[in-house]
Design a protein around this ligand. Structure first.
Ligand code: NAP
Length: 349
């Protein structure tokens, strides 16, 4: 009996190590964004799997639809795409907010390649569909959807409650889902791509006050991965971008949630609110450089030449360190409880 138990243990240990190595490779690929050439996706059927490969976007003048372009990443991305010769439909919440500096940002000769439309991603699917359908008529197609619009809503979980989480999800998740849903008919036709701006906060979650934002971005990451699988048969690709801290104008403009104070958190709230308030201007990331890489990947140019389409793009030294730390932490957690975790099945294997 003792010998049999020992054999069971050794077999299980061997299987675990084998799977841990494969799992680590998978996690590494998942988190660090290293993927293999001409990404192959297996579609599971009852018979043998069909392997579909994801080719690069065809070389041509692309039509981009970019949300949230009044400031930050979105504003830089509009300029980058235009300078590569592409056409851009840029969404802003209020057209009157676009001022002379927005005009000056774009070389005069390229302004005809830009259409600005007014759109709030929380308007709901019907309203967004009407606006996207109308905008698509401009150049007759949409090749690239960039779900960039987002808000950095932060607050302590108990104080914010579900209403703060809902606010974050309304913009960062449901707005993104609605924009994707109404744009996909165009992207399927053009065999284009969806670029979702996630965040390293989906992985760096052990930070006071970041709960609503982190949770919403983790949802963006998960749904992007599923979407990539669902869209692969149509040759529509998904790029999930996970930036670290970048010096944009608006991401820290929303005040730390303090409207429903729970006295037990008085000290923590104060310290945390001050910490968030001290971030603007100190971020190491340059948003213009980051968006150049996104354009490289979408167009298969510059830093993306000769490289396969990455499912994940982790941007910033801070983000890369955080993702690696999370991958290690997960592996340790699995290791530590592996033996117990395996022992819960009806059948031992
Ligand atoms: N900066 C960073 O460190 C960082 C790191 C990781 C991820 N990100 C993500 O990057 C994306 C862009 O953020 P950013 O840093 O560039 O910040 P930003 O300067 O605040 O830009 C956000 C943009 O989204 C727009 N927006 C906000 N709510 C909207 C809504 N309901 N409907 C439509 N547009 C809306 C804003 O428009 P208004 O001007 O009208 O508010 C603005 O144009 C976000 O998804 C953010 O979560 C940023």
């Amino acid at each position: 009996m003792l010998v049999q138990d020992l054999l069971h243990y050794l077999t299980a240990r061997f299987l675990f190590l084998d799977e841990a190595v494969k799992g680590y490779e998978h996690l590494h690929e998942l988190f660090v964004g290293r993927s293999h050439s001409n990404k192959a996706i297996a579609v599971e059927t009852s018979e043998s799997p069909t392997i579909l490969t994801v080719p690069s976007l065809p070389k041509r003048q692309l039509v981009w639809m970019i949300t949230g372009t009044s400031t930050g990443f979105g504003r830089r991305l509009v300029k980058s795409a235009l300078l590569r010769g592409d056409l851009v439909i840029a969404t802003v919440r209020r057209l009157e907010k676009t001022d002379q500096s927005d005009q000056d940002d774009i070389p005069v000769g390229l302004q005809a390649n830009l259409r600005r439309i007014e759109l709030d991603v929380t308007e709901g699917e019907d309203a967004l569909k009407a606006k996207v359908d109308k905008a698509a008529v401009t150049w007759g197609r949409i090749d690239v959807l960039v779900n960039n619009a987002g808000q950095g809503l932060v607050g302590l979980s108990e104080e914010g409650g579900s209403s703060l989480f809902r606010k974050a999800f309304d913009v960062n998740v449901f707005g993104l889902v609605d924009m994707t849903t109404v744009t996909l008919p165009y992207l399927r036709r053009s065999q284009g791509c969806v670029v979702n701006i996630g965040s390293r906060s989906a992985w760096k979650t052990e930070l006071l006050g970041v709960g609503p934002y982190s949770a919403s971005k983790a949802a963006v990451h998960a749904l992007s991965e599923t979407l990539a699988t669902e869209l692969a048969p149509f040759n529509v690709k998904v790029l999930l971008v996970a930036p670290g801290a970048f010096r944009t104008e608006g991401i820290h403009s929303r005040p730390f949630f303090q409207e429903r104070p729970v006295p037990a958190y008085d000290d923590v709230r104060d310290i945390t609110a001050r910490r968030f308030a001290s971030i603007p201007g100190t971020q190491k990331g340059d948003p213009a450089r980051a968006m150049e890489i996104v354009v490289d990947i979408v167009r298969g140019e510059g830093s993306a030449v000769g490289k396969p389409w990455p499912s994940h793009l982790v941007l910033g030294q801070d983000a890369i360190a955080d993702v690696r730390a999370k991958a290690r932490k997960l592996e340790e957690a699995v290791d530590e409880w592996e033996w117990t975790g395996r022992a819960v099945s009806y059948e031992w294997s």
